[in-house]
Design a protein around this ligand. Structure first.
Ligand SMILES: Cc1ncc(COP(=O)(O)O)c(C=O)c1O
Length: 380
């Protein structure tokens, strides 16, 4: 088995599994209980929260632990829009966002909000200029992803954040794909909301956090108990919170080396593909994006067919985001980058690396693509 789909999800590290196992047994107390068992569990959660906060230079009180990246995005967008509707009903996002941002936006449209979907350039990025051109008197929130999950492009977050802060417009960024490789400083980058998910950084699925800047007293998404500083009801998932914190600690200690390995493998893959003689083009600018995501266009080679042939050989990769991979729909991100009618959107592969992938594995994938190309496409 060769796993080249780390943008979809990552394997849980053994160190993380150990922490979760230990916590499942030791931390069964309800963190809201006042006796010793509950208090100890609460301390573990507080310690994890400090780790999350330090990883983005934030205050621990501004971290809301959620069930996933999707919940973080929904929480940043929907209650914020509802709370500010007297001020304005205009929101801005981009056409290349993850569905966990696009769909809350579509939902808000059904409630009478207006959404501007900014275009992206052929590297998958929005420009500060286009943000400037789209803001209006009634713009209340801008949500733009930090790094794109299909092509890996990184948006100019700090520049956009600084501009929006001057305009007094709230700024959310979905940092789910960026968190593992990029150094984030929410203060310096003028970020008001930031979404993160554990399963993209070798933590468990079903846990994430939302950074929400302290002076924002906006309504909750989940109403219930007073957990998460009264921001999100629900008894905390202590084992996964601790496992997530362990994954963050490992990620921070290994980030530099892990980035180097992934980037080197990406470059190795690209030069191998060039030598193979298969016609291809990069979607986006690999060297400028996050190191784990490489997206290539193989003209004439349908991605759904490629995925099946790779799967038969035990190679796992994707054509777009995981959520659309199941239905094998053409990528909305590539359509936004290159146009709706461009065949690229249905003829591309996303190869996403982890630090343990090897050059041998890259060679195996290239050899497979070459044999498919030679047998089925070369002389067509
Ligand atoms: C950019 C981006 N945002 C949000 C999500 C959703 O995260 P989760 O699976 O934790 O809900 C993903 C996951 O694929 C993602 O890549």
């Amino acid at each position: 088995m060769i796993y080249f789909d780390h943008a979809a999800t990552t394997p849980v590290r053994p160190e993380v599994v150990s922490v979760i196992q230990e916590s499942l047994i030791e931390d069964f107390g309800n963190p809201s209980s006042t006796y010793a068992l509950g208090r100890r569990t609460r301390q573990h959660i507080d310690q994890s929260r400090r780790i999350f906060a330090a990883s983005i230079q934030a205050n621990p009180a501004d971290i809301i632990i959620t069930s996933c990246g999707s919940e973080s995005n929904n929480t940043a967008i929907i209650p914020t829009a509802l709370a500010l509707k007297e001020k304005g009903k205009h929101l801005i996002t981009s056409a290349a966002e993850h569905h966990a941002v696009l769909h809350p936006m579509h939902y808000l449209e059904t409630l009478g909000f207006e959404v501007t979907y900014l275009p992206v350039d052929d590297t998958g990025k929005v420009t500060l200029q286009s943000v400037k051109g789209a803001i209006r008197e009634d713009t209340i929130l801008v949500s733009l992803m930090y790094a794109n999950n299909e092509v890996g492009s990184i948006n100019p977050i700090a520049a956009i954040g600084a501009f929006l802060a001057e305009q007094n417009i709230l700024f959310h960024t979905d940092a789910v794909q960026a968190y593992g490789s990029e150094r984030i400083d929410v203060g310096q980058q003028h970020i008001d909301f930031l979404s993160v998910s554990a399963h993209k950084i070798n933590g468990p699925k079903g846990i994430g956090f939302l950074y929400r800047k302290n002076n924002l007293h906006l309504p909750n998404f989940i109403h219930g108990g007073s957990q998460e500083n009264d921001h999100r009801g629900g008894t905390e998932n202590t084992p996964y919170i601790r496992g997530f914190a362990e994954a963050v600690t490992l990620m921070e200690a290994e980030r530099k080396e892990s980035n180097r390995k992934k980037r080197e493998l990406g470059e190795y893959f690209l030069s191998g593909l060039e030598k193979s003689g298969i016609p291809f083009k990069c979607n986006g600018a690999y060297s400028e994006g996050v190191p784990h995501i490489l997206n290539i266009w193989l003209p004439g080679m349908r991605s759904d067919k490629m995925l099946i042939q790779c799967d038969l050989k035990g190679i796992m990769l994707a054509a777009g985001s995981a959520c659309t991979a199941g239905s094998l729909e053409p990528s909305h991100v590539l359509a936004a980058m290159y146009g709706m009618d461009n065949p690229r959107a249905a003829e591309s592969l996303r190869i996403s690396f982890g630090p343990d992938n090897t050059t041998d594995e890259a060679d195996t994938l290239i050899a497979l693509l070459k044999s498919i190309y030679n047998k089925q496409y070369k002389n067509v």
